[in-house]
Design a protein around this ligand. Structure first.
Ligand code: ADP
Ligand code: TMP
Ligand code: MG
Length: 187
């Protein structure tokens, strides 16, 4: 089998999870053995599933760090889907490269930028080593243009630590973050 890495990247509300779930469903229709992994920080819709802002859901295994992912993959697994890649940090890259080298199709989705507009590791690194990159945009909540960024809703997210090192208090949805275009990302 020939493995590959497919990246789905963008800001919040871009449809990354919807796209990941769509690819998982197609693989299941094709009777491929699929493993979906979420990060344990992602408690937005409860544990044990990957969920989109629009309510799409798929059951998932949960990992607290990248090193746990190979142990969740079985001998017959053909497609591995990992959502919220930004929660795993840079150590996710060699783990997914090894699994793709071993023949898995790896679909990985995550935030391309932090709330303050900085490249969000490991998405840039994953894009560099992937066979395919799908960069999605959301809709700017101010003007409706394509949004490649997002901002924190003032007061909704405690200013704890660095955005590049996610912690539980950074986790949130539409109550905490808004999608913004280049023009409206700074107020
Ligand atoms: P992501 O995982 O990239 O954050 P999801 O796949 O969970 O995105 O959700 C995408 C859905 O979010 C859209 O189909 C739409 O229903 C909803 N949505 C809410 N706000 C916005 C927005 N500002 N721009 C685009 N979609 C939005
Ligand atoms: P989403 O891409 O499915 O919308 O989810 C992104 C998650 O990442 C959400 O729980 C909020 C969190 N987050 C951070 O941890 N740091 C950030 O800088 C941003 C913008 C979001
Ligand atoms: Mg998502």
């Amino acid at each position: 089998r020939t493995g590959r890495i497919e990246v789905v990247a963008g800001p919040m509300f871009a449809g990354k999870t919807e796209e990941l779930v769509r690819r998982v469903h197609r693989a299941q229709i094709a009777r491929r053995e699929v493993v979906v992994v979420a990060h344990e920080l992602d408690t937005r819709s409860g544990v044990g599933r990957v969920a989109s802002h629009s309510g799409l859901e798929v059951a998932s295994a949960t990992a607290g760090e990248a090193g746990e992912i190979p142990g969740l993959v079985g001998a017959g697994t053909e497609l591995l889907a990992v959502d919220e890649a930004q929660f795993f940090g840079a150590e996710l890259v060699p783990v997914l490269v090894r699994l793709a080298d071993a023949g898995l199709v790896v679909v990985v989705a995550g935030l391309s930028v932090t709330f303050d507009g900085r490249p969000f590791s490991p998405l840039p690194e994953l894009m560099a080593v992937a066979e395919s990159v799908t960069k999605l945009t959301a809709v700017c909540t101010v003007c409706g243009r394509d949004a490649a960024y997002h901002v924190r809703v003032p007061g909704a997210v405690p200013d704890e630590g660095d955005a590049l090192v996610p912690v539980a208090s950074h986790v949130g949805g539409a109550e905490s973050y808004e999608a913004r275009c280049r023009r409206h990302r700074s107020r």
